[in-house]
Design a protein around this ligand. Structure first.
Ligand code: NAP
Length: 457
């Protein structure tokens, strides 16, 4: 994959970059290692000051950064602005809470025959972050903010189609006052990741992206006995039961499926609707999907922009064609609009069966698969049938059903009467092939720490 900015709304290549050579990679690794030796000794107060300054800087540059993201990967400008605001919030959150999350944890000293016993969180060292293009700022920041606040240093290998956002991130922290080696962008291809990961100066890695990329990075890291956190794909279920507020369930279903032009790991992708409300839900859902404005993501009022890459658009088209070829019905959309760029019309597909790829694979575009379910048992069985387990949505006002969904949905998050979203205050991550480890909250900042047991006699 070339390292380049290619505007997905037009297909035009705007800027290309040469990947770093071995010497340049070596320079950055050396700087990360030397920087870590001193940065790890800085206090929380100092790190918080720098993190707040970085948040202020990002906030003041919101419009430019938003436009850059829209140009590189096609999300609507409104969504890009919201993403910047979310990053600012996440940075301030960790600036405020890191010290409390990483405070020494006292243990029962007499029970272990000590005068004092406690656990201490300490940073691990340089962490490699392999990141995706779909939330090009947020994915990187939700790693960087806790990592830097914990005293780690970061090396960002961003997706090859968002190089300018990657370079912006590589400068942001240094411009805010962090020493230069604390956070560096490596403009490298995915074929250069293994070499960096095997380097003994790199302590750990986190990858957000597809399942194959996760497997590859985790197996290299496993061979080197290095800790990894993996945030991979998802095919989140969205269950609607008869007691649900149907208007809210429909509106939220639309947002969840088409946000970020349908390219979110935690987008609802499979809609499991109870027979009692299935027809009413379907009618309103299809009507709303058809009414969405597909167009230039820079234009105010556009609901759905292009997919980020031509390959991504072709993958979505192939999944729909596969389902239709095996008997699924297209209720709306199901085609590539006649315009330049990598657009795909918002689509609803019904009658999806297990032999269709869409039944078990992630559809990374604005395509909803609709299922009719008879009862809560069938809903849970179908919800859990895929190998993914990232998020799950359930709509019901019945407390017993709510409890059942919370207990039995196999996912890293269950949102009842709402849409799965990430918040700095809540842990984020998956089970099964959606990955392991957690980001965000107190749990996220502890992932790349050595939890040192301390015993003083
Ligand atoms: P991707 O193709 O896996 O790329 C993600 C990153 O991994 C990129 O930086 C890519 O570099 C790199 N990469 C790809 N193959 C690699 C390999 N074999 N070894 C090392 N690095 C490799 O995924 P994507 O298309 O950008 O993102 C979409 C996927 O990410 C979806 O499956 C989505 O669900 C998932 N996602 C998950 C989360 C989550 O939190 N769970 C969040 C967002 C997205 P290049 O660009 O140079 O190929």
């Amino acid at each position: 994959m070339p390292i380049a900015t290619i505007n997905p709304a037009t297909g035009e290549t705007l800027k290309t970059f040469e990947p770093l050579g071995d010497e340049e990679v070596e320079e950055r690794l050396a700087l990360a290692a030397t920087e870590f030796a001193t940065y790890r000794t800085t206090g929380f107060k100092q790190r918080s000051e720098w993190m707040r300054a970085a948040a202020d800087l990002l906030s003041s540059e919101q419009e430019d950064v938003a436009r850059l993201m829209t140009t590189e990967m096609g999300k609507t400008l409104a969504a890009a602005r919201a993403e910047v605001a979310k990053c600012v919030k996440g940075m301030r959150y960790y600036a405020e809470h890191a010290e409390e999350f990483l405070a020494d944890e006292p243990a029962d000293a007499p029970a272990v025959g000590a005068r004092r016993a406690y656990s201490r969180y300490q940073p691990l060292g340089p962490v490699l972050a392999v990141m995706p293009w779909n939330f090009p700022l947020w994915q990187a920041i939700r790693f960087a903010a806790p990592a830097l606040m914990a005293g780690n240093v970061g090396l960002l290998k961003h997706a090859s189609n968002v190089p300018q956002t990657a370079l912006y991130l590589g400068e942001l922290f240094a411009r805010a006052g962090f020493p230069r080696g604390c956070f560096q962008t490596l403009l490298i291809g995915s074929d250069q990741v293994e070499r960096v990961l095997r380097d003994r100066r790199v302590a750990a890695a986190t990858l957000t992206g597809s399942e194959p990329a996760g497997r590859s990075v985790a197996s290299v890291a496993g061979g080197e006995v290095k800790k990894t956190v993996l945030e991979l794909g998802g095919s989140d279920p969205y269950v609607v039961m008869p007691s649900a507020d149907l208007d809210a369930a429909v509106s939220t279903a639309i947002t969840s499926r088409v946000q970020n032009n349908g390219q979110s790991c935690i987008a609802a992708k499979r809609f499991l609707v109870h027979a009692d409300v299935h027809d009413a839900f379907t009618e309103r859902f299809v009507e709303r999907m058809e009414a969405l404005r597909v167009g230039d993501p820079m234009e105010e009022g556009t609901d759905v922009g292009p997919l980020a890459t031509e390959q991504g658009r072709d993958d979505v088209e192939m999944l729909v064609a596969d389902a239709v070829g095996r008997g699924a019905r297209v209720l709306c959309g199901g085609y590539i609009p006649d315009r330049p760029g990598w657009f795909y019309q918002p689509t609803v597909v019904a009658g999806v069966t297990p032999e269709m790829r869409m039944f078990s694979e992630e559809v990374f575009g604005p395509v909803a698969a609709l299922y009719r379910i008879a009862d809560i048992d069938e809903a849970i069985e179908l919800a859990n049938v895929t190998d993914f387990g990232l998020g799950a949505n359930a709509w019901t006002t019945d407390p017993a059903e709510q409890e059942r969904f919370v207990t039995d949905l196999a996912a890293g998050a269950v949102f009842v009467n709402g849409m799965v979203t990430s918040y700095p205050e809540l842990p984020f991550g998956g089970v099964k092939n959606s990955g392991y480890g957690r980001e965000l909250s107190a749990h996220g900042i502890r992932e790349f720490c050595n939890l040192k047991a301390v015993w003083i006699g």
